[in-house]
Design a protein around this ligand. Structure first.
Ligand SMILES: C[C@H](O)[C@H](O)[C@H]1CNC2=NC(N)=NC(=O)C2=N1
Length: 92
């Protein structure tokens, strides 16, 4: 899949809430009640990630989960990252 251009990234980023473009990634930090809730969220990510064959980088710190999306194969952001970001927003 082709890497998006900078102007495509800017346009697509407007359709997402709670995500920022940072370097070649889409990033979102979600805060939960506690560690158990944070891990439950991470578990809910498994199905959409596997379905898309696209996997977020995750950093967990107690009740916070930072999600980073990028397409390694393309060396930057692609449609896949935006599609998965939308899917994640629906389950957060
Ligand atoms: C073979 C397999 O389809 C690829 O390795 C997939 C798996 N998951 C992936 N996830 C992400 N985030 N980027 C990729 O380029 C990627 N590639």
């Amino acid at each position: 899949m082709d890497k998006l251009t900078q102007s495509e990234i800017i346009e697509k980023a407007k359709t997402l809430t709670g995500w920022e473009v940072w370097e070649d990634t889409l990033r979102s930090e979600r805060k939960f009640k506690d560690f158990v809730e944070a891990i439950a969220f991470v578990n809910r990510l498994v199905e959409p990630a596997e379905a898309a064959d696209h996997h977020p980088d995750l950093a967990i710190s107690y009740n916070r989960v930072t999600i980073s999306l990028t397409t390694h194969d393309a060396g930057g952001l692609t449609e896949k990252d935006f599609a998965l970001a939308q899917a994640i927003s629906q389950i957060a």
